[in-house]
Design a protein. Structure first.
Length: 416
């Protein structure tokens, strides 16, 4: 089954490296926040308002769209700042605003900015879509919906001819990969309970759900650890094997979570899901070996192990991570920085600052323009002589067809 409508692969960016990685690996749109008016203002280094024209231009240069998250709950004292941000977004050519607060939705709509309804709105039925239809062109479905309910939702949108301000049928967006929150569609009060004047709904999630907890007998004071200390930390969502079911349910925006993640995470997840999406669009059924390879690649970047299918398959949320930290099967070891790139011979010069480099080593280079480039060192030279090994302090020349840039960071990729 194919969908005649364009299907968007939506990738996250918390910095210029991640943005470049998303665009280089096939993202149709990139979502990001600026300043503190977004749900990841505490979790990542956000862009600044004055960077909006640059961000939009970078996306548009490769035919992608730039979507700005303004998805926090807003107070009266902040409305003037919100208006200024939205006006800047309009001038910069931002393609859409992701929001949940009705004030932000209305202000953006009044400026003629396309609005996408955030998952925070917990959209679970077509009547809710109808309510928001005068203002929004995309709705992010509640995370708790099964594939069957997603299909009901998209079918009802068509049956009731629910169209947004653009005049097109409203699109349904769904998360396909990344961290899951214990809160209902991300709406959680745990940080607010523990840290006064903070809230995940205001961009200040301190992730108390990711910590280990003890159980205490209130009468005797006896404490003990349960088998899994991380009783509120779910595994990450991974739908690479279930993606056709989401697409056949009518989802037309596939969202990768991870605005706080590194460039290599964004590059890998974007590339893998792009390959899977294009296979489905060609009418192909990927072999079990190919799906296993995609999964292996995803396990090589940040993850808390995988819940594969999750709510979409109607599974209970009882698959807990057993950890709060990264369980990637690949670790990164900092080696040094790029000092020069010679385009004609296609050679990168690298100053090793720590660790050792060998021919055959898998390497990652990241930078704000480069994004994330992975390759195996085919050969190298030190002091214009062939070398098999180099240590700290060495200037190493490595053949590399992909352009990298001065001060890009270089990492060795090693199995854990």
């Amino acid at each position: 089954m194919t969908n005649p409508r364009k299907i968007y692969l939506l990738s996250p960016a918390g910095g210029h490296e991640a943005l470049a990685a998303a665009l280089a690996n096939g993202a149709d749109a990139v979502y990001f926040g600026v300043g503190d008016l977004n749900m990841r203002s505490h979790a990542t280094v956000n862009f600044q308002q004055e960077e909006l024209p640059e961000l939009a231009a970078k996306c548009h240069a490769v035919g992608a769209e730039a979507w700005l998250t303004v998805n926090v709950i807003v107070y009266d004292t902040e409305l003037q700042r919100v208006e200024a941000l939205l006006a800047s977004a309009k001038t910069a050519g931002i393609d859409a605003i992701i929001a949940a607060d009705p004030a932000v939705i209305r202000l953006a709509h009044d400026l003629g900015l396309p609005v996408h309804l955030s998952v925070q709105a917990n959209v679970s039925n077509w009547q809710t879509v109808a309510f928001y239809a005068p203002y929004v062109d995309v709705v992010v479905a509640a995370r708790e919906l099964t594939c069957e309910r997603l299909a009901e939702l998209t079918r009802s949108i068509t049956e009731h001819d629910l169209r947004g301000p653009s005049g097109e049928l409203i699109r349904v967006e769904a998360f396909v990969h990344g961290a899951l929150c214990i809160g209902l569609s991300g709406r959680c009060g745990m940080s607010l309970c523990e840290y006064p004047q903070t809230s995940s709904n205001r961009g200040s999630c301190y992730q108390p759900c990711r910590r280990a907890y003890l159980v205490k007998d209130a009468e005797t004071g006896h404490e003990f650890q349960i088998q899994n200390q991380y009783i509120m930390s779910p595994k990450d969502l991974c739908t690479i094997a279930q993606l056709p079911k989401l697409l056949e349910a009518g989802v037309t925006v596939l969202k990768i979570e991870g605005r706080g993640r590194s460039a290599d995470y964004v590059a890998t997840t974007t590339r893998v899901y792009r390959e899977a999406l294009e296979a489905w669009q060609r009418g192909e059924t990927p072999s079990s070996e190919l799906v296993a390879d995609w999964r292996k690649q995803l396990l090589g970047v940040f993850n808390r192990r995988f819940w594969e299918g999750g709510y979409y398959l109607g599974e209970q949320a009882d698959v807990w991570a057993g950890t709060r930290d990264n369980q990637s099967v690949i670790r990164k070891e900092f080696l040094g920085v790029v000092t020069h790139y010679y385009p004609r011979p296609q050679v990168a010069e690298v100053l090793l600052q720590s660790g050792n480099l060998r021919v055959g080593q898998r390497v990652l280079i990241t930078g704000p323009t480069t994004g994330a480039v992975e390759f195996e060192v085919p050969s190298m030279q030190v002091l214009e002589k062939p070398a098999e090994f180099a240590g700290p302090g060495a200037d190493v020349c490595i053949p590399l067809a992909t352009k990298v840039r001065q001060n890009d960071k270089v990492f060795a990729l090693k199995s854990r």
